[in-house]
Design a protein around this ligand. Structure first.
Ligand SMILES: O=CN(O)C[C@@H](CC1CCCC1)C(=O)N1NCCC[C@H]1C(=O)Nc1ccccn1
Ligand code: NI
Length: 207
């Protein structure tokens, strides 16, 4: 079973492990993982975060042929488990001579989230300026992906601690994209196909 070798300690997730449109798990609802977490579920989360690190690293992404990613859901690995990983880099700043200044924190968000769900959200909507893509979608689907501008997310971390966080801006968008995957929802389900770039009712456009 291809999904089994995913969680061997030495295996590094690559694009061959990521299922594409048409694969059943992208349209299925994943199951909550049970606590205490099994070693397998802990290793899976770590492998998913490792993939994101590799995908954002010039050397490793080249070596493994990875598309850069800031999030991943287990459904994309053919696994119906509510496990997501998020790794959102802070953009470097530049000084007056255009020298790159490393940000204080390398990452805006770095988390493995088990059984994540949105428990409340803003009335206001938001969409990423240029639209969204997906590592499981090998085509462009243009248009604003209309999401909640701000969300309160409950999840359990790898230490088994129950967490409740409030997110806005791009982190809110990213986590909604991943939680959607665990519920069989694709980003383009949120695009208004009659007017893909319509901005309505105070929708925020997020950079
Ligand atoms: O389910 C998870 N996925 O499908 C990987 C997606 C998740 C993001 C899409 C929009 C919100 C979350 C992903 O990361 N991408 N989508 C396809 C290729 C580009 C890449 C991306 O948006 N990269 C990025 C974005 C901002 C800053 C730096 N890099
Ligand atoms: Ni995706």
């Amino acid at each position: 079973e291809i999904q089994q070798n995913l969680i061997t300690a030495s295996h590094m997730i690559d694009m061959d492990d990521i299922v594409r449109e048409g694969f059943s798990t992208l349209r299925e609802v994943a199951s909550d993982v049970t606590f205490p977490l099994s070693d397998e579920d802990i290793l899976l989360g770590e492998k998913m975060l490792q993939f994101l690190h590799h995908s954002q690293d010039p050397v490793m992404s080249e070596k493994l042929g990875l598309r850069g990613g800031v999030g991943l859901a287990a459904n994309q690995l053919g696994l119906l488990k509510k496990v997501i990983a998020v790794l959102i880099p802070n953009e470097p700043e530049f000084d007056e001579e255009d020298n790159e200044i490393a940000p204080k924190e390398a990452y805006k968000m770095r988390e493995i989230m088990y059984n994540a769900k949105v428990i409340s959200h803003s009335v206001q909507d938001a969409a990423v300026e240029g639209g969204e893509g997906c590592l499981s979608v090998d085509r462009e689907v243009p248009g604003y992906v209309v999401r909640h501008a701000r969300v309160t997310v409950e999840y359990i971390n790898k230490d088994g601690e129950k967490k409740k966080i409030r997110l806005k801006d791009f982190p809110a968008i990213c986590v909604q994209h991943e939680i959607d995957h665990t519920n069989g929802i694709m980003f383009y389900d949120h695009i208004n196909m009659n007017d893909p770039w319509e901005i309505k009712d105070g929708m925020l456009v997020v950079k």
